[in-house]
Design a protein around this ligand. Structure first.
Ligand code: SF4
Length: 301
């Protein structure tokens, strides 16, 4: 893309973006991979094809670079389920707790946190906290419950969730599995417990892609946002990938994030051309939010 060169810009895209956006991106990844990539970027402009909190994370890590997002309305139900004023009150009520927040939250929430995590490293980060230290985990209660089931830690959970991962239908999933009895079910830990209990593998988007590549089975039912199927299918063109069905959807049987899909190829182009909309974060918040992100990146090495 000529314009990209002309602007000395880099395009980072999340796995949940439309296929045509993933195809023009310099790097496609999950939240952890994108954060790590954002740190290495040697460009004047970072166009972040994803949602608002992801672009904010890139800006927190790259204060001198211009970070742009194709649609400022591309939010996240999970991030929105944790308003900073209420979260601050919750933390103040439990002053002895260490605060671990999932990266899917606003810069203000990160600024109130001790350490950030992603679905790739959440278990490792929780396990790095001494057993006697009580933990607040926010904002995703489903990921929190999954971590509790794995670590036995008694964490205090914020009551937030992702609309996409809560939309999977267990009944329909069982029906699909009856049609493909040899298929292995894999799921993202933002999914509800009853969906996770059916899965043979639970992991981040990057973890799921790696699993289908290395697992000898040829059929998988994939319980996460359907955008992941584009990259996954490129990695395993000979394998059958079936999106897990959602409660609402009776047509394509897949679950899509309306926020992620607000970005279109046209908006990506316009955004780069106009270098707008731009992400800006007050410096006092950015500095505070940087500390828990850096702790996470350090622990993820
Ligand atoms: S899939 Fe869920 S967690 Fe991810 S951006 Fe969309 S609403 Fe947020």
């Amino acid at each position: 893309m000529e314009l990209k060169k002309e602007k000395n810009a880099v395009i980072l895209a999340h796995y949940y973006q439309e296929a045509d956006i993933q195809d023009i991106a310099d790097y496609v990844g999950d939240s952890l991979g994108l954060s790590q990539e954002a740190m290495k970027v040697d460009a004047d402009i970072i166009l972040f094809a994803g949602v608002h909190f992801m672009a904010e994370t890139a800006k927190i890590l790259n204060p001198t670079k211009k970070v742009i997002l194709p649609d400022l309305k591309a939010g996240c139900s999970l991030a929105e389920s944790c308003p900073p004023d209420l979260f601050k009150k919750f933390i103040d009520e439990h002053p002895d707790h260490i605060v671990i927040t999932y990266v899917n939250c606003s810069a203000e929430i990160k600024a109130l946190s001790d350490i950030v995590c992603t679905s790739s490293n959440a278990l490792k980060i929780v396990e790095s906290i001494p057993k006697e230290t009580p933990i607040i985990f926010a904002p995703d209660k489903n990921l929190g419950k999954y971590i509790i089931s794995k670590t036995g830690r008694d964490m205090l959970l914020w009551d937030g969730s992702c609309v996409v991962h809560e939309a999977f239908s267990l009944d329909k999933l069982i029906e699909v599995h009856k049609q493909y009895p040899a298929a292995t079910i894999i799921a993202h830990p933002e999914s509800e417990t009853h969906i996770l209990q059916t899965a043979s593998y639970i992991g981040s988007t990057a973890g799921m892609i790696n699993y289908v590549k290395t697992n000898p089975n040829n059929q998988f039912i994939v319980a996460t946002e359907a955008g992941i199927l584009h990259k996954m299918q490129q990695e395993v063109p000979h394998k059958i990938l079936i999106p897990a069905p959602s409660k609402e959807d009776n047509t394509c049987a897949c679950s899509e994030c309306g926020y992620m899909k607000m970005n279109t190829l046209q908006k990506v182009y316009d955004c780069l051309l106009n270098e707008s909309p731009e992400i800006n974060i007050p410096e006092n918040i950015r500095k505070k939010a940087l500390v828990p992100i850096e702790r996470m990146l350090e622990l993820s090495k």
